[in-house]
Structures are given as structure tokens and as C-alpha cells.
Ligand binder design. Structure first.
Ligand code: UD1
Ligand code: UDP
Length: 358
């Protein structure tokens, strides 16, 4: 049996790494096809290095573009590789354009598709990720739902029960596998001159936030209030999309906010684990803070990770400056005693076991 792992962006490399590790451990035949959706060193190669993954066999170098440009180029490139390699199963992870293109190209060639992190729903069709998730789930043969809630979402949409497997989220595996390695290999607090719980961490990159001037401005104003209230450094490893928009919109970065280049996984994980609180619009970061017992404030109007709201590791505040500060205050007085709902760190093993067995 040959397995093709199709990936293309930062979170896919991170969340697919436990599956790849398991394929290696079991000595199974696989190859990595990288679409090249992310290509900057610190959104791409750094993760192959940090997570000690072998180089992709193929890189389509698709690069950036509109949704149609990215997806169209990927479809053509992926089809060509799949026709040459003829794998038995294609695995994709998450909700990016790469995921949709991988799933669509494979299913049209009658290759089985496994969707890792299936069944997440924000029920907000203005998000490109929501479209990608729904379409990918509906052409997949194996739906690896991270939680029971994700499974229920799929069942409600009429997806057959025997295609759905609740495996946990591979991000738990990735956090467990790399936290100790990070402790040994990197010291980001020293590098940035920070103390344990003596700073806030921010990541904001999502299209609906950074491409809309008023929303991005609201977030920056929220950070201004945050610094005024606490006087603690606010560290923001900034995604290039957000950096581009701040410049384009001529927005001012408030005092106390330290923009730094995006970090590798080991340094970022360490920075997250030691933060007083994290403010984010990232999907993966909502999960990781939950796993690390670090409070999270989500700068969005909805989330496809409702488990984090239910157990109290996260609050949704949108982009209004006062709501942002309120959310921080709420989260800071809470006990950090929730249990992670995303699994036991063995999702990678389960996923590979299921594919091998089927
Ligand atoms: C994509 C995903 C998003 C995911 C994010 C992870 C889609 C629709 N969006 O968003 O779900 O959360 O990745 O980080 O698939 N750029 C660079 N270097 C790169 C890649 C991008 O500078 O290596 C810049 C370019 O200006 C580009 C912009 O970022 O135009 C957006 O890149 P794109 O891949 O289209 O979307 P992301 O915002 O990264
Ligand atoms: N991340 C990282 N360096 C950074 C910012 C984020 O390694 O500077 C990691 C983070 O640990 C998480 C993943 O990137 O695992 C989240 O990716 P992103 O926020 O880009 O995408 P999303 O999860 O929202 O799709």
C-alpha cells in the first residue's frame, strides 16, 4: 500500500507530522507532496527541520494567489503526480486550499481520501476554510474526526457512520512529542528577554480579520488597551499576510507590541506554554493553549473549536477593543484546571492503524 501525504502550509506540516512519524515507525510506503502554498522559510522549511521530517518528494511551487489561482494550479499539479505515482490513499489535514485541491484531485482519480481533522464547523460560509472543510469532508472516504462533536457534525450532514473515526486531534501528539524537545533545544524566553507569565502572546493572520481594515484596527486598538492596563510586553510573531496589510492600511502598531518574525514550532510552543495569556485568531493556537492549560482569547466571532469554549480554556470576543480587554480580564481570573478534550496524543497511531486495516 502506498500513501500520499499532501500538505502545503504551516499548520498542515505540524499536524501531519505525527502521522508521518507513525508511517516511518511502521515502515510503510509513503511520499510527501507539497503544494508550495507556503514557501517562506519560516512558514515552511523551518517546520521540516524542527520536526525532523524528510524533504517532500514533490513540491509544486504553487505560491500565493487568489483562491481560484491557488486551487486551480494545485489541482493540475496534484493530478499529474497522482497519475504517475498511483497511490492507494491520499491523506490531507485541515481546511486550507491545499486540502481541498488534494481531496478533489484524488477523488476524481478514484483514489481513496483520508481527511485528518474532519467534521470541524464554524457554520460561517464567508470563511474560505469552512468551504474547504465541508467540500473535503463530503468527498472523503476516511473521516478522522478529532472529537465526538466533530463526528456529530458529520452525521448531521448525512455522512455514513462507518466512514467516521474519532481519533483525537494530531495536534495533541505534536505538542506532547515536541514540548520536551523544545525544553532541551531552544530558549526563546532568554532570546527575547521575557519571564514566565510575564508577557502576552498574539497571533492574528486570518483573512476575515487582517484583510478588513476596521477589524485589524479594532484588534490593534485592543492591544493598545491591553498594554495600557498591564504594561507587559505583547509578543506578536507576525504572519506575512498581516504584516502586508498593516503596511498597506497605514495602521500604527501600538506601544508595547513587539512584532517579530514567525517562529519555528519549538520556539513557538515554548513561548505559548509560558505566556500569561494568548490572543489569537488561529485554529491550531486555540487547541494548543487548551492542551497547555494557558488561557486563550479568540479574536473572532465564531469558532470551529467549540470544545475550548465549553471547558473554559477560551473565550470568543470578536475585534472590539473593549470586548478584547474584557475577555482578557475574564480569562485571567479563571483557574487553569480544564482537561484537554482533543485526545490522548495517539491520534497519529490510530489514523495509520485504520488506513492499514482498511
Ligand atoms: C492559509 C490558509 C489558512 C491558514 C493559514 C496558515 C487558505 C484559504 N488559507 O492562509 O486557513 O490558517 O494558511 O498559516 O488556504 N505569504 C508569504 N509567504 C508564504 C505564504 C504566504 O509571504 O510562504 C503571504 C503572501 O503575501 C500571500 C499571503 O501571505 O499572498 C496569504 O497566503 P495564503 O497561503 O494565500 O493564505 P494564508 O493567509 O497563509
Ligand atoms: N505557529 C508557529 N509559529 C508561529 C505561529 C504559529 O509554529 O510563529 C504554529 C502554532 O504552534 C500552530 C500553527 O502554527 O501549531 C497554527 O498555524 P496558523 O495559525 O498559521 O494556522 P491555523 O491553525 O489557524 O490554520
Amino acid at each position: 500500500m502506498e500513501i500520499s501525504i499532501i500538505l502545503g502550509t504551516r499548520p498542515e506540516i505540524i499536524k501531519m507530522s505525527p502521522v508521518i512519524r507513525e508511517l516511518e515507525n511502521k515502515g510503510l510506503d509513503y511520499f510527501i507532496l507539497h503544494t508550495g502554498q507556503h514557501y517562506s522559510y519560516n512558514l515552511d522549511k523551518i517546520f521540516f527541520e524542527d520536526l525532523e521530517l524528510s524533504e517532500p518528494k514533490y513540491n509544486l511551487d504553487v505560491g500565493s494567489g487568489t483562491h481560484a489561482e491557488e486551487t486551480g494550479k494545485m489541482l493540475m499539479g496534484i493530478e499529474k503526480v497522482l497519475n504517475e505515482e498511483k497511490p492507494d490513499v491520499v491523506l490531507v489535514e485541515g481546511d486550507t486550499n491545499t486540502v481541498l485541491a488534494g481531496a478533489l484531485a484524488a477523488t476524481k482519480l478514484h483514489i481513496k481520501v483520508g481527511h485528518v481533522e474532519a467534521g470541524l464547523r464554524s457554520y460561517d460560509r464567508t470563511m474560505p476554510e469552512e468551504i474547504n472543510r465541508v467540500l473535503t469532508d463530503h468527498v472523503s472516504d476516511y473521516l478522522f474526526a478529532p472529537t465526538v462533536k466533530a463526528r456529530e457534525n458529520l452525521l448531521r450532514e448525512g455522512i455514513e457512520e462507518d466512514k467516521i473515526f474519532v481519533t483525537g486531534n494530531t495536534i495533541v501528539d505534536a505538542v506532547y512529542q515536541n514540548l520536551e524537545i523544545a525544553r532541551r533545544k531552544v530558549d526563546i524566553l532568554k532570546k527575547l528577554n521575557l519571564n514566565h507569565e510575564g508577557y502576552f502572546l498574539v497571533t492574528v493572520h486570518r483573512q476575515e480579520n487582517v484583510d478588513v481594515k476596521e477589524r485589524l484596527k479594532g484588534i490593534l486598538e485592543g492591544l493598545r488597551l491591553l498594554y495600557r492596563r498591564f504594561g507587559l510586553p505583547i509578543i506578536y510573531p507576525i504572519h506575512p499576510r498581516a504584516m502586508k496589510r498593516i503596511k498597506e492600511f497605514g495602521l500604527e502598531v501600538p506601544k508595547g507590541v513587539e512584532l517579530i518574525e514567525p517562529l519555528g514550532f519549538l520556539e513557538f510552543l515554548q513561548l505559548e506554554a509560558n505566556a500569561k495569556l494568548v490572543l489569537t485568531d488561529s485554529g491550531g493556537v486555540q487547541e494548543e493553549t487548551c492542551i497547555l492549560n494557558v488561557p486563550c482569547v479568540t479574536l473572532r466571532d465564531n469558532t470551529e473549536r467549540p470544545e475550548t469554549l465549553e471547558i473554559g480554556s477560551n473565550v470568543l470576543v470578536g475585534v472590539n477593543q473593549n470586548k478584547i480587554l474584557e475577555g482578557v480580564n475574564t480569562m485571567l481570573i479563571k483557574e487553569r484546571d480544564w482537561n484537554n478534550p482533543f485526545g490522548d496524543g495517539k491520534a497519529g497511531e490510530r489514523i495509520v492503524g485504520i488506513i492499514k486495516g482498511g
